[in-house]
Design a binder for this molecule. Structure first.
Ligand SMILES: [Fe+2]
Ligand SMILES: [Fe+2]
Length: 480
C-alpha cells in the first residue's frame, strides 16, 4: 500500500508532491511561503520573454521507472514544480562505511548535520545557477525542437532546486529555511553574491557552450547525485534517485546537440572536400578544431567540480555514510576501504606521476575517473561521425591535469597531451587549446533564431527523431 500512495503524485495540492505534505501543516506552510519567492526568482532570472509561450513539456506524474512523464503544452510559469521522491524501502540498510548494516536514517543524525547541510546546499545551488546561465539562449535557438529541449531542462533544474529545498525545510529547521532563502538570492556570475561553484558562474553565451555544458557539466551532476543516491540519509537518497531520471535527458540533449553540430560540419567538409578550418568556417559551420577547444574547456572546468583529488573530507563523508561511491551497491569489496590504496596522478618534478594514496582519501579522484570513463565513451560515439564520412579528425579528451584550478594540478601547466610545461611554454601555446574570444565571436555569429517548425540553423543537423515519438517538424513551442 505504502508504495502505491507514495508513487502517485498529488496534483490537487498547491505544491504537487508524493510526500504527504498536507499532513505536515507547518512544513506545508513554510514551503508555501517559499513558493512565491521561487516564482519571483523564475520570473526574474528564468528564460527571457517566455511567460506567454506554450511549450510542449513533460511533467512527472509518478515516480515509477516507466511512464512517469506526461507530455503537453504548458506555459512555463504555470509548470507544476513539486516534490517527488522514489518510494521508501522500509528495510533499507546502510551499505557502506562505519554504519554498514544499520538501518538507513530517516532523520539527520546530529553529528552529520552540518556536512549534510553543506552537501545539500552545494548541490541545490547548481540547479538555479544553470537556469540563470541559460537565460538568454532562447533568443538564438537553432530550432523549435531545440528551444523546447532548453526549456525542458530549465524547468527541471527548477524542480531540482525544489528537491533540495524540501530537504532543507523538512530536516534542517531554521538553518535550512535560511539556506533555502539564500539559494534564491545568489546569482550566477554576480561578483557580490555569486553561485558557490566556479563552473556555475561561467557564461553560457551560445548554443555550442550550452550543449557542451549539458554533456560535460550535467554529467558531473549525474555522478554527484549518484553518489548521494547511496547515502545513509534515506530522504536524500530517494530524492536524488528521482532527479537522476530527469538528468538522463539533460545529458542526452548535450550529447546529441554536439553530435548534430559535428555531423553538420563533417557533411560540409566531406561534400566540399575541406580540411582547412577557415574554409570550413566560411561555409557557416563550426570547424572541428574549435569543437575540440570547447571540449578542452568544458571538460577541464567540470573536472574542478569534483574537488581535490586527495581529500580527507571525502573520506569522512564515506565512512560517515553520507556519500557513497558511484554504483556502490554493485562494487565487490567490503565497502569500508580501510587499508585500500588508490592511484592518483599528479605533476611532480616536470612529469606526471601516479601516487598511491589511502583509498578513503581518494574518493573524489575515483568519482572523477568514473566520470571520465563515461565521457570517453561519449567521445567514442561522437567520433563515429567523422569516421563514417571519411574524415581523419578525432575529438579527444585532454589530460586530466590540463587547465585545472582545483586539486593537485592547480598551479601546474599541463598540455592536453599530458606534458608538464613551464609557465612560458604554456603561455605560448595555450591559446590554441582553449576557445579564444574570436572562437566565441565566430560561434556567436552563427547563432540565429530559427522558429519555423521543422527548420534548423545551418550549423546543426536535425535530430534523428522528435520528442515523445512526434515528428521533427512538430510545433514544439507555440508563440500565441
Ligand atoms: Fe539538476
Ligand atoms: Fe541537469
Amino acid at each position: 500500500m505504502g508504495d502505491v500512495t507514495q508513487q502517485a503524485i498529488d496534483y490537487s495540492q498547491r505544491i504537487p508532491n508524493n510526500v504527504d505534505l498536507s499532513n505536515d501543516r507547518a512544513l506545508q506552510r513554510a514551503l508555501e511561503r517559499w513558493q512565491p519567492a521561487f516564482l519571483n526568482w523564475w520570473d526574474e532570472t528564468g528564460p527571457s520573454n517566455t511567460s506567454n509561450l506554450q511549450v510542449y513539456l513533460r511533467t512527472a506524474i509518478s515516480v515509477d521507472r516507466d511512464g512517469w512523464a506526461n507530455f503537453g503544452y504548458v506555459r512555463m510559469p504555470e509548470y507544476r514544480w513539486g516534490i517527488f521522491l522514489t518510494p521508501r524501502d522500509e528495510n533499507r540498510k546502510i551499505h557502506f562505511g562505519d554504519h554498514k548494516n544499520e538501518p538507513a536514517w530517516q532523520d539527520v543524525p546530529g553529528e552529520h548535520r552540518s556536512p549534510l547541510r553543506r552537501i545539500i546546499v552545494t548541490q541545490g545551488d547548481t540547479e538555479p545557477a544553470s537556469v540563470e546561465q541559460q537565460k538568454q539562449l532562447g533568443a538564438t535557438c537553432p530550432s523549435l525542437y531545440d528551444l523546447r529541449n532548453l526549456f525542458q531542462v530549465n524547468v527541471e533544474e527548477g524542480r531540482h532546486l525544489w528537491a533540495m529545498v524540501y530537504l532543507l525545510h523538512r530536516y534542517f529547521g531554521r538553518d535550512g529555511r535560511e539556506e533555502a532563502e539564500a539559494l534564491l538570492q545568489r546569482r550566477s556570475g554576480d561578483p557580490n553574491n555569486p553561485r558557490i561553484l566556479t563552473a556555475f558562474n561561467e557564461k553560457t553565451s551560445h548554443w555550442l557552450a550550452y550543449y557542451m555544458f549539458t554533456f560535460f557539466t550535467d554529467r558531473d551532476g549525474k555522478f554527484q547525485l549518484a553518489a548521494l543516491a547511496e547515502s545513509a540519509f534515506d530522504p536524500l537518497a530517494r530524492t536524488t534517485k528521482f532527479m537522476l531520471t530527469e538528468e538522463a535527458h539533460h545529458m542526452f540533449i548535450g550529447e546529441s546537440g554536439v553530435a548534430r553540430a559535428l555531423q553538420r560540419t563533417c557533411e560540409v567538409m566531406s561534400q566540399h572536400k575541406l580540411t582547412d578550418p577557415s574554409q570550413v568556417r566560411a561555409h557557416g559551420v563550426i570547424d572541428l578544431e574549435t569543437l575540440q577547444r570547447f571540449v578542452n574547456f568544458h571538460y577541464s572546468v567540470t573536472l574542478d567540480l569534483f574537488g581535490s583529488e586527495v581529500s580527507s573530507n571525502a573520506g569522512g563523508y564515506y565512512t560517515g555514510g553520507l556519500k557513497g561511491r558511484y554504483t556502490e551497491a554493485t562494487i565487490r569489496d567490503d565497502h569500508s576501504l580501510a587499508g585500500d590504496f588508490y592511484g592518483v596522478p599528479e605533476a611532480a618534478n616536470g612529469e606526471i606521476v601516479n601516487r598511491q594514496v589511502p583509498a578513503l582519501t581518494a574518493l573524489n579522484a575515483r568519482l572523477r575517473d568514473d566520470y571520465t570513463r563515461e565521457i570517453q565513451a561519449g567521445l567514442d560515439r561522437w567520433n563515429r561521425i567523422p569516421e563514417k564520412l571519411g574524415i581523419q579528425f578525432r575529438i579527444t579528451v585532454p589530460h586530466i591535469g590540463f587547465h585545472r584550478k582545483i586539486g593537485s594540478f592547480a598551479g601546474h601547466y599541463v598540455s592536453p597531451g599530458g606534458q608538464v610545461l613551464s609557465k612560458d611554454d604554456w603561455e605560448r601555446q595555450s591559446a590554441g587549446w582553449l576557445p579564444s574570444d574570436d572562437d566565441h565571436a565566430f560561434v556567436g555569429s552563427l547563432m540565429g533564431r530559427v522558429i519555423e517548425p521543422g527548420k534548423f540553423a545551418n550549423w546543426i543537423a536535425p535530430p534523428a527523431r522528435g520528442i515523445n515519438n512526434l515528428p521533427i517538424e512538430f510545433e514544439y513551442v507555440r508563440f500565441d
